[in-house]
Design a protein around this ligand. Structure first.
Ligand code: SAH
Ligand code: SF4
Ligand code: F3S
Length: 439
């Protein structure tokens, strides 16, 4: 047998790309590739890219530039670009960087083995179609090797919401849900190889309709799998938080009390211009309803500052909603005009970049403070931690609480993959320290 070829994958962007990279590595495994941790030893380099903001997209070209030397030293090295930049820029990439051999969009990953064959014969391969078939079904199934206690599982892809700022509907296509039985099978297989927590993924995961009772129905079926202890899902849109999903937060024990529910802005004017189709008040009422069934819910969100036309008052409204919604975690970004999106055409309304930077800094400062206060309030409380790996110090183990806080304790390696009760004793900038109470 010939020695395995070496594949290096670098992943940018969201969790869905992390999941896709795993699946691509598995698929290319069938073509004799094994994954390596450094581009220097690779026979194939695959960049799984993100197009969400300009900086993310531009990073790809500087990364490709770094591989020039490697390609010169090893002419057999193949370089591929996958993900959302591949979808958005297609042939442009090969024009800008002729050393790229392969460009594959997110809906065509099942065609990678054939594309690999073409590039190994010295041809170029490009596929940015939106084919009919379910790519995950057509891809090699996940191998039976033992794996870590947490896993991602994509249940839904694409987005029909067309927020005025966002490229996702163009790079990932229309909303498509995977059938419930395939998700059940994949989840059972994951549990068999050691997974205790599954995060269901979708660009708009709560629009999932592959189960007759939607995402809530899917979660309730998954909760029946023995050995699957925890279920999470991300990312949700406020308008798709239906009653059934809210109810599941109240009575489905395996569904963790953490919800990423981006609002983007606290100003109704800006929400309207963003095409979010709800008001700030409606969002806050929704949070209230979820907290009524799950009072300890840890809420997380995303914000964009400097959206075209955003005034000081609009920004104050955003600061206000961040406080009112009491986020445990929030991510904030400076608006980045994306080619082909309606907001990018509003050139006359662009916010001065210095003003936008200043707003971002203020928002982030407030969020960090809020985050820190909520985290500090965990001290003295008991949480359940699913342990994932060894900590930085000898004898330490690290895992995640039900609220997704990183928690470390002094404890044995055997804790890995187990859930234990932990009393929180102290809080530092981005983690909590605790003491084991019981397993
Ligand atoms: N489907 C998810 C978002 C996916 S993109 C949702 O609707 O919430 C992740 C985040 O990136 C978004 O929530 C938004 O805050 C940010 N984002 C998207 N497009 C952006 C742009 N053009 N400029 C700045 N931030 C953007
Ligand atoms: Fe983008 Fe909006 Fe769709 Fe989220 S809901 S992926 S922000 S278009
Ligand atoms: Fe980025 Fe595509 Fe995800 S643009 S955020 S990798 S869906």
């Amino acid at each position: 047998m010939s020695a395995p070829k070496k594949l290096y994958i670098k992943t940018y962007g969201c969790q869905m790309n992390v999941y896709d990279s795993e699946r691509m590595a598995e698929t290319l495994g069938g073509k004799g590739y094994e994954e390596v941790k450094s581009p220097d030893e690779a026979d194939m380099i695959l960049l799984n890219t993100c197009h969400i903001r300009e900086k993310a997209a531009e990073k790809i070209y500087s990364e490709l530039g770094r591989y020039k030397g490697l390609k010169a030293a090893n002419p057999d090295l193949k370089i591929g670009v996958a993900g959302c930049v591949a979808q958005a820029e297609g042939e442009e990439i090969m024009k800008r960087q002729p050393m790229v051999d392969l460009v594959v969009g997110p809906q065509s990953y099942h065609r990678l083995p054939a594309m690999e064959e073409a590039v190994s014969k010295g041809q170029k391969a490009l596929d940015t179609d939106f084919p009919e078939e379910d790519k995950f079904e057509a891809m090699k199934s996940r191998p039976k090797a033992k794996r870590g206690p947490t896993a991602f599982l994509t249940v839904q892809e694409g987005c029909d919401k067309f927020c005025a700022f966002c490229v996702v509907p163009y790079t990932r296509g229309a909303e498509v849900s995977r059938p419930a039985d395939r998700i059940m099978t994949e989840a059972r297989n994951l549990v068999e190889v050691g997974v205790a927590e599954i995060t269901l993924l979708g660009q708009n995961v709560n629009a999932y309709n592959g189960h007759e009772n939607g995402l809530a129905g899917m979660i309730r079926d998954l909760a029946k799998i023995d050995g699957l202890e925890r279920i999470r899902f991300t990312t949700s849109h406020p308008n798709d938080m239906d009653d059934a999903l809210i109810a599941a937060h109240g009575d489905c024990e395996k569904l963790m009390p953490y919800l990423h529910l981006p609002v983007q802005s606290g100003s109704d004017r800006i929400l309207k211009a963003m095409n979010r189709k709800h008001t700030a008040e409606e969002y806050l009422r929704l949070i209230e309803r979820i907290r009524a069934v799950r009072p300890d819910l840890h809420l997380s969100g995303d914000f964009i500052v400097g959206f075209p036309g955003e005034t000081d008052q609009d920004f104050e409204d955003t600061l206000a909603i961040t406080r009112e919604a009491a986020y445990g975690t929030a991510f904030s970004f400076k608006y980045s005009p994306r080619p082909g999106t309606p907001a990018a055409e509003k050139t006359a309304l662009m916010v001065d970049p210095d003003v936008a930077s200043e707003r971002l800094a203020r928002l982030q400062q407030q969020i960090v403070q809020q985050q820190r206060d909520l985290q500090d309030a965990m001290v003295g409380r008991d949480v359940h931690v699913l342990f994932e790996k060894e900590g930085r110090l000898p004898g330490q183990m690290v895992g995640k609480s039900e609220y997704l806080h990183a928690v470390h304790v002094d404890g044995p390696l055997e804790l890995r993959g187990k859930i234990a009760k932990v009393r929180i004793v102290s809080s530092s900038s981005n983690s909590l320290a605790g003491q084991l109470i019981a397993t």
